[in-house]
Design a protein around this ligand. Sequence first.
Ligand code: ACO
Ligand code: ZN
Length: 188
Amino acid sequence: MPLNPAKPVYAISLNLVGFTLKGQNLSSQGFNVRVFTISDLERVMHINAKCLPENYSSYFYRDLYTKYPDTFLVAEADGEIQGYIMCRIERGWSKRGKLSAARLAHVVSIAVMEKYRRRGIGKELIAQSMARARRIYDCDEGYLEVRVSNEPAVGLYTKLGYSKVKRNYGYYLDGEDAWVMAVNLDEF
Ligand code: ACO
Ligand code: ZN
């Protein structure tokens, strides 16, 4: 069949416009957030090992992905995954002082490769994951633990509306304390 270059080019440019205007995936800051798939596992484990002392078996990642796929996200830039977030959906007491049961989106781990920090990737990963936890898993609150010395992460969470609700003494294996920080998911 003879090629008709006009048609495909037209279709592609239309798609690009729609993609950019919607702004759902391709961010203007030059990164793209999407859901995790199993073929991303090796790279995500690599990022975790580079960025955090809390490391997990591949079973642990697979288990979280199988149970809560919609809040396990990755961020791509320069053709490679540079950040991830993974969550567990739990039922428990509100962490925010309300004497009521709640559906909680527990951020188990988030990290962004050092070279790609301070571009808004961490913020976007949390914002999208929490919005999905609210919409898809019907969660009321988000919460997480973070080392009290981890100023970048505490700064990020505070900026997104999380507040410190409790100090867990000696929470980490090396004896450091954790802040428990929580947020109402109506914010997302
Ligand atoms: N110092 C102070 N505030 C900071 C810093 C910093 N180094 N980094 C981010 N913030 C705050 C700022 O308010 C920032 O907004 P601004 O840049 O407009 O000032 C805001 O957070 C958003 O920053 P992002 O660019 O979205 O965050 P980034 O993509 O750099 O990722 C992260 C932040 C994930 C904490 C990154 O520093 C990282 O991977 N650190 C190592 C791993 C880690 O500590 N993960 C969290 C462990 S706790 C847990 O996983 C539940
Ligand atoms: Zn935790």
